[in-house]
Design a protein around this ligand. Structure first.
Ligand SMILES: [Mn+2]
Length: 385
């Protein structure tokens, strides 16, 4: 059987106020074309289906569209919740969806549920683990010592009978690390989540019984510990730190052979995200301008600040999202050690300097009093300062 492994769709996400719904529809259509071409049997969606716990109307419509297209093709869907999803909302209608081969596991109920399939060359069990926190899992396993995410996931797997004669696949949304190696973050995972952090890591060895682990949560595609434990990555670049990060879907072939086959199929966005660098003149020169609909982050190397650079840029690149400078001034400022300057100055001196820098004139006595009271209330300075 052939599966596509997806994760971190973040339907409904915006990028600095730009709506990405059409970009998301474009990428889902591309995934459907890949599914047709490769005669896919099932799609694994490893959480963060929506960007928000209360998804927008457009986001729910888009998921509806995608699921209907998959059902029309008789492609099975295995979807779990991520930390961005509301588990109960994503679980809505799941018992009804199951009759159309859409399997949703968004709320952990004490059991790691599985779906079993017999294909011509393998017996396959697909386990679905919704995003879980230790507090929720502890409740179901009172005899286990569960303090961390790691303990929680281990307890769940330990209490799940796994038939090792079959091919076992797990779909999960967690922060999994290899031995002595952490997954490389893409930069857009952390928005609205507390779960990218050292404490929450799960050792990949707890998945030893699985032939493939389809993970979600980290937005850069990568393996963890071994090839068969993978993050598919998000289908689109969701932050500028991912500008050079190529997106793909993982195509998984499960057969009687000992190991599953993994192939990455690149995805092409409708509007790419690019980080460009140079002087304004160079960057906006006709011969350098291309793909003007792309999301642009421009780093200007001009020595002088340009008036309304954003406005000028947006006339050529309407989807310019960010502009910053890299020149001798910014490099100088970076080298200045602010804490050392502050050490040798009194509070009124520091505030006076800052005021002069910002407004080009001296701070008044009254304004200084306001600053002093605020700083005292905030505990930055003592009464005596
Ligand atoms: Mn995510």
């Amino acid at each position: 059987m052939k599966f596509l492994h997806l994760g971190d769709l973040h339907l409904g996400k915006t990028l600095s106020g730009f709506d990405l719904i059409e970009d998301q529809r474009h990428i889902l259509d591309q995934i459907l074309r890949i599914a047709d071409k490769e005669s896919i049997d099932g799609v694994l969606i490893a959480g963060d289906v929506y960007d928000k716990s209360i998804p927008s109307e457009a986001a729910t419509k888009l998921l509806d569209y995608f699921l209907i297209k998959l059902v029309q093709r008789e492609i099975k869907v295995f979807m779990v919740s991520g930390n961005h999803d509301s588990d109960d909302r994503l679980n809505y209608g799941s018992a009804l969806f199951a009759s159309n081969q859409i399997f949703i596991s968004a709320v952990f109920d004490g059991t790691l549920h599985k779906q079993s399939f017999t294909s011509k060359d393998a017996e396959i069990d697909i386990y679905m683990l919704p995003f879980v926190k230790a507090s929720r899992v502890r409740h179901y396993f009172p005899d286990e010592d569960i303090e961390s995410y790691n303990d929680a996931v281990r307890a769940i797997i330990k209490n799940t009978p796994i038939n090792k004669k079959n091919k076992n696949i797990l779909v999960a949304h967690q922060f999994v690390a290899g031995k002595g190696e952490d997954p490389a973050l893409a930069g857009s995972e952390s928005a609205g989540t507390q779960s990218v952090g050292l404490v929450e890591k799960i050792g990949y060895d707890c998945f030893d019984d699985f032939d493939y682990v389809a993970l979600g949560h980290i937005h850069s595609p990568q393996r963890v510990g071994r090839d068969e434990i993978r993050y598919s990555g998000s289908p689109l670049k969701y932050s500028f730190s991912e500008a050079n990060n190529e997106k793909s879907v993982s195509l998984i072939t499960v057969s009687a052979e000992e190991r599953v086959k993994i192939e990455l199929i690149p995805l092409k966005p409708m509007r790419n995200m690019r980080h460009i660098r140079g002087t304004m003149k160079e960057l906006l020169d006709k011969k350098n301008v291309k793909a003007t609909e792309d999301f642009i982050y421009a780093t200007l190397t001009d020595e002088d600040i340009i008036n309304d650079a954003m406005g000028v840029f947006q006339q050529i690149y309407p989807n310019t999202v960010r502009i910053d400078y890299d020149n001798s001034h910014t490099r100088e400022t970076e080298q200045v050690d602010i804490s050392r300057i502050a050490e040798n100055k009194s509070f009124p001196e520091l505030i006076g300097d800052f005021y002069r820098l910002m407004y080009g004139c001296e701070i008044t006595e009254e304004e200084m009093d306001v600053m002093r009271i605020a700083a005292q209330e905030a505990g930055v300075i003592n009464e005596a300062d």
